[in-house]
Design a protein around this ligand. Structure first.
Ligand SMILES: [Zn+2]
Length: 255
């Protein structure tokens, strides 16, 4: 098959077209975490032809990951997730650039990792990392797509700095993990990450294609109950992050 046939279903889509496909080819997306969310969202954007994908994760593949984490195989156990996912993506699409970094995203490397990045896909499994990402993305004006899953439930929200609400407009400070539902304390059905990353990656593609007017809504989905909710989140008048430009999670001064 001709290389030009690869994206035929997208270039014939009025929402994308040939010009949009070129725009995706010229885009760089950072996938923050290669777990249940990141491995699946990375596959979608690689198949869609996002030109450069940077995978960041410090974990190694374990047997217990295979239930829900896309692209991983038994043969990958013991390897770094970022490397295993990166290799799988390159096998899916050899025409794009895949970069993987075996690093734990933290205050001392996140700004370096964001250099040249057009958008970040949240693939984290904890809220403190998302507040760090929110600080860094708002400070540098990089859109990111919040996503979280636990049990049979998930949620996603686009965050375009200074155009939409940010994570701290939604909740000023992270709720401690012991008070929230997490995959670690409540389990995870393997269909919800794929449902949520389908929403998350669609938002990412729209923003990469220039749609900065995406609705600033928090979408939640319980896949067991088949219940969707969509809640408009307004930018806080006095948000410490996106209004007052305070970045305590990035600067290590959060309480
Ligand atoms: Zn805000």
């Amino acid at each position: 098959m001709e290389s030009s046939d690869r994206y035929l279903r997208q270039t014939s889509l009025t929402e994308i077209g040939a010009a949009g496909q070129e725009r995706l080819r010229d885009s760089t997306v950072l996938v923050a975490g290669c777990g249940a969310l990141g491995s699946n969202s990375a596959e979608i954007i690689a198949r869609a032809g996002v030109g450069k994908i940077i995978l960041v994760d410090s974990d190694t593949v374990e047997m217990g990951n295979l239930q829900r984490q896309g692209l991983l195989r038994e043969a990958d156990i013991g390897e770094h997730k970022a490397e295993a996912v990166g290799r799988a993506l390159q096998g899916i699409n050899s025409e794009i650039e895949i970069d993987f970094k075996v690093e734990r995203i933290a205050a001392d490397n996140i700004e370096r990792l964001l250099a040249g990045v057009d958008l970040v896909l949240d693939g984290f499994d904890n809220m403190p990392s998302r507040y760090l990402l929110n600080d860094a993305c708002v400070k540098h004006g990089v859109p990111w797509i919040f996503a979280a899953v636990a049990g049979t439930f998930g949620m996603t929200m686009p965050i375009i700095p200074h155009r939409t609400a940010c994570l701290r407009c939604l909740s000023p400070d992270p709720v401690p993990d012991e008070f929230v539902l997490t995959a670690g304390n409540s389990g995870l059905i393997n269909t919800i990450p794929r449902a949520i990353v389908s929403l998350q990656a669609t938002l990412a593609l729209k923003i990469l294609l220039g749609a900065l007017d995406v609705p600033a809504t928090l979408t939640t989905y319980d896949i067991w109950q088949n219940e969707f909710t969509s809640l408009e989140i307004k930018q806080g008048n006095d948000c410490p992050c996106c209004v007052r430009s305070e970045y305590p999670f990035l600067e290590g001064t959060s309480p």
